[in-house]
Ligand binder design. Structure first.
Ligand SMILES: CN1CCN(Cc2ccc(Cn3ccc4ccc(-c5n[nH]c(N)c5C#N)cc43)cc2)CC1
Length: 239
């Protein structure tokens, strides 16, 4: 899997060299390429933004540098196997199932906007050439797309076959299909007693049936408490 990042702050992606994703890069599972969008400007100030047509606050990212960067990084041929991701507050909420789908992609290009956003013709052009995803991390405002690109990268790469040492652990995570769409149960490890707080006895009983039942009950309780929106979904197993 090749991952490209287009941003005016490419140094955001240096962190990928030290994280788990970095290890995947070392063992050849993923290739990471960060690019400075200003490398595709031609004026002395390396300008990437301009005032919004129709008025309004702030600045909008000009289409020209994006188009030239696309030509060089992706090419000028249409190819639906190339996934181009535009993080944006107006995007579709990014989910675990979206991460799972993207984990089989061979090429993902993250377009990290800043200011008030990117000229919409950039997205329209990209849609005419590749498979485009306009996604949002959640209902809060960030200053740009870089943090979202990092989060989406981690969510996707950890699902790439061969990346996780123990793929079984993926099945028991919150939001994974294997978890019935429920939040995962509380976790404990040694010491059994810590600052007057004890590990629930059932987990020390060695009785696998009771442990499984306790964990399921805890997942149902937490999901009802924190994510009632998940309790009505078909996959949740609780209604
Ligand atoms: C006319 N007004 C109408 C309201 N908008 C709102 C607005 C638009 C952009 C920005 C800053 N920004 C620029 C690129 C970019 C990408 C992603 C995100 C982002 N924020 N939150 C998420 N979950 C994100 C993700 N993923 C933010 C971004 C901030 C606020 C401004 C213009």
């Amino acid at each position: 899997m090749r991952l490209d990042y287009l941003s005016i702050f490419p140094a955001y992606f240096d962190v990928l060299d030290i994280s788990l994703v970095g290890k995947a890069a070392i063992n050849g599972l993923v290739e990471i390429h960060a690019h400075d969008l200003r490398d595709w400007t031609h004026d002395r100030h390396r300008t990437v933004d301009d005032t919004p047509c129709g008025g309004g606050a702030g600045m909008v990212m000009k289409p020209d540098p994006w188009g030239e960067a696309f030509d060089e990084i992706i090419g000028t041929e249409s190819d639906p196997s190339v996934h181009v991701i535009f993080p944006a507050p107006s995007g579709t909420p990014f989910t675990q199932s979206a991460a799972a789908e993207l984990s089989s992609a061979q090429r993902i290009v993250f377009c990290c906007g800043r200011y008030e956003g990117i000229d919409h013709r950039v997205i329209d052009y990209a849609r005419s050439m590749w498979t485009v995803h306009e996604v949002s991390l959640g209902d809060y405002v960030l200053n740009g797309g870089e943090v979202a690109a990092l989060a989406i990268t981690e969510a996707v790469v950890r699902l790439v076959p061969g990346f996780m040492g123990n793929p079984e652990s993926l099945a028991e995570e919150s939001f994974s299909a294997g978890q019935d769409g429920l939040l995962e149960y509380p976790l404990f490890t040694r010491p059994v007693s810590w600052r007057g707080l004890d590990v629930p006895e059932v987990l020390m009983s060695g009785h696998h049936g009771r442990i499984a039942s306790w964990r399921r009950d805890e997942s149902v309780r937490l999901t009802r408490e924190r994510r009632p929106d998940l309790t009505d979904s078909d996959s949740s197993g609780i209604h």
